[in-house]
Design a protein around this ligand. Structure first.
Ligand SMILES: NC(=O)c1ccc[n+]([C@@H]2O[C@H](COP(=O)([O-])OP(=O)(O)OC[C@H]3O[C@@H](n4cnc5c(N)ncnc54)[C@H](OP(=O)(O)O)[C@@H]3O)[C@@H](O)[C@H]2O)c1
Length: 327
């Protein structure tokens, strides 16, 4: 495993880290035993950074991570999120009282006195025009409730606006072979300001593992079933917002670029790591074997220019018209 700086925090994080949404909920049934073995496999592979949220399984994901931290001696940086408990989910809800309440809940779930990193959880865009929200986060840092704060965003423009606030340490954004726009301007700006980047949905919800087909079926409580058209939350979070059939055809084209004996998931993650503004990719993993495969992306050599150009051409021809200006 290789490590990269997380913005200005002074922390070095595993370039392939762990996304803990699926072990909380919304991805079909996952037993706690399976989740613990996935988490332990991650630490065995050198992962030292985990992304979670208070709402993943209503605290279940955070509690499993607390258990991991009790059972392992390695230092692990945990990033959680706040804001999605709001109902309705409005900019007004992002106030000091609510943020304090959400953070206190996460502190209890994660069994700690101080969070490592709290991210606003894809707030409404208006939040980025309310400096008082970031003032409230500064107060929470001063009060010792969290070391750092950042944001998780849907759109490039939200990321660009967020990094104007000087104490934002990280931005989490969808970045993968099917979501290439962040690398055009946003990453350059984030890097210039020393802001860490967490590349989420790196496997386009499993599509970029190459295992999904037209016949794949998903459980009722898997968002790949219930949010396929954005019924529950932003459609971009499910398959990166790319039409399923179009994505399957593009995956077949990407598959032709694979070096011998290389799994597509590793290749897709290695593509993300080509971008040096990225602090880490945070693939979700439900099983230890998936986690080991994902972590081994860090061992692959860099992709050559011809391969990078080929992936860009597939994106430009098949995917770009569907997603580029939407997020
Ligand atoms: N708004 C936000 O802030 C937000 C939104 C989304 C995600 N996130 C964060 O980003 C993380 C990653 O995104 P994601 O989990 O949505 O999507 P992802 O990482 O693109 O896909 C994860 C899913 O792909 C499958 N998979 C993983 N590794 C695999 C492998 N090697 N081979 C085959 N299948 C594999 C697993 O599901 P199956 O085995 O069931 O196929 C897994 O749950 C999340 O866990 C979360 O921490 C944040």
């Amino acid at each position: 495993m290789r490590y990269r700086p997380l913005g200005r925090t002074g922390r070095n994080v595993s370039e392939v880290s762990f996304g803990a949404w699926a072990i909380g909920g919304s991805w079909g049934t996952v037993s706690d035993d399976e989740s613990m073995s996935a988490l332990n496999a991650a630490v065995d592979c050198g992962v030292n950074f985990i992304d979670t949220a208070d709402v993943y399984g209503d605290g279940r994901s955070e509690r499993l991570i607390a258990r991991l931290k009790r059972e392992r001696k390695e230092e692990i940086v945990v990033a959680t999120k706040a804001g999605r408990r709001l109902s309705p989910h409005t900019a007004d809800g992002y106030n000091a009282a609510n943020l304090t309440r959400f953070i206190e809940d996460s502190l209890r779930n994660l069994a700690t006195d101080c969070l490592d990193l709290v991210q606003l959880h894809c707030p409404p865009p208006d939040v980025y025009y309310r400096p008082e929200v970031f003032g409230a986060l500064d107060d929470l840092v001063k009060a010792g409730k969290t070391r750092y704060y950042g944001v998780s965003v849907e759109r490039v423009e939200e990321g660009l606006k967020a990094i104007e606030f000087p104490n934002i340490q990280s931005v989490q954004i969808i970045f993968n072979c099917f979501r290439q726009r962040p690398s055009e301007l946003f990453f350059r700006e984030a890097k210039r300001r020393g802001v860490g980047i967490l590349a989420r949905v790196p496997l386009a919800s499993g599509l970029l593992s190459g295992k999904l087909t037209r016949e794949s079926r998903f459980a009722e409580d898997d968002h790949r079933n219930f949010n396929r058209h954005g019924e529950a939350f932003d459609v971009g979070e499910t398959f990166s917002g790319v039409d399923y059939e179009v994505a399957l055809a593009a995956v077949e084209k990407i598959r032709r670029l694979l070096p011998p004996a290389t799994a597509l998931a590793r290749f897709a993650l290695r593509w993300i790591l080509m971008e040096d503004a990225v602090s880490c990719a945070i693939p979700g993993g439900k099983r230890a074997a998936q986690v080991r495969e994902n972590c081994s992306a860090s061992d692959l050599p860099p992709l050559d220019d011809e391969t990078m150009r080929a992936i860009r051409s597939i994106y430009d021809a098949e995917i770009k018209p569907l997603v580029h200006q939407r997020w």
